[in-house]
Design a protein around this ligand. Sequence first.
Ligand code: XIL
Length: 363
Amino acid sequence: MNLSGILVSLTVLGAACAHPVTVSETPGSAVPADGEPTLARLAGARHFDLGAAVQGGALLGDSAYANAVVRDFTMVSTENAFKFGPLRPSPGRYDFTETDAIVRFAETHGLRVRGHTLVWKRQLPEWLTRGTYMRNELITILREHIQTVVGRYRGRVVAWDVVNEALKDSVGPEDEVLRPTIWLKGIGPEYIDLAFHFAHEADPGALLFYNEAGAEGMGTKSDAVYALVWRLRRRGVPVHGVGLQMHTGLGASPDTAALGANLRRLAALGLQVQITEMDVGTAKMPGSQADILAAQADVYRQVLATCLSVPACTALVTWGVGDRYTWRYPDTPLLLDREFQPKPAHAALLEVLRAASPGSAPR
Ligand code: XIL
């Protein structure tokens, strides 16, 4: 993408946006001159996706935010827009305003889109959670929802988190591992298979992910994820990847040897793996601000380096763009500060991507 001297009007985002912001890429703005390595350029050269979860409102209303997305990322995920509740205010009505805006922004700027998420336990509309449905009715709702949403963005959303967090928070080896969600209670464990089949029918070209929390390293939770996707594959369910969320913090940061081992065993099943929701909290950590930022940078550095060491690890997505809008506010867990200026974590990722040899084989 040629980033120099262009002025991109976000009016392309459509009629839904009453006061479009302007993404200006002028000298001295957030976008460096042509040729200067940015995170996006270095990641792109490696055929690797560096992504950020975005909010439609900020993308439309905050030009510093929109500029930062274009400068640093090759992919966007959707923080809330694709969740069932926001998308489906009533049984017969879909509201695609935010998802359309995000997908159009991404297309305008050459960014790839991850759709997060089709089936989850949270952010469901009341009409669904309060309703009483027979099993076959719930399957019909699930099918219709997935096929409408995935079908609308066929060929435009490259990867979907089809099912999110189907496993209980902590699972023991002997436990019943599936979380008792509305989907499990109403349909049974087959809801997972069905969701993947429905999504695949709606867009056979999309990469379909199972996404999970707290399953980054080795342990009972990641064993349960491994067993789940192993069984899905054996049954011929179209699952192509595992998303590891990576919401973490200083003092609780992942053991990179265990992360690497986990990535490799998932890859050995023929799956892609993506880090889908990374943020690194710093709250209540002792030490100077500089020490804290350096420690945060180390966590980002190690996770990216570990991911890049496994060819099947194809993307790292941060759960937000900068600390101005983070679900962990007032914590400051992202790569950019509240003014969208790069933090040491941003420099650390630049360093890791630079160190990757330019002539390295396409991933
Ligand atoms: C979070 C969003 O960031 C918040 O804005 C929202 O209020 C709740 O959901 N794991 C997930 C994400 O899979 O969907 C969650 O996103 C964060 C935890």
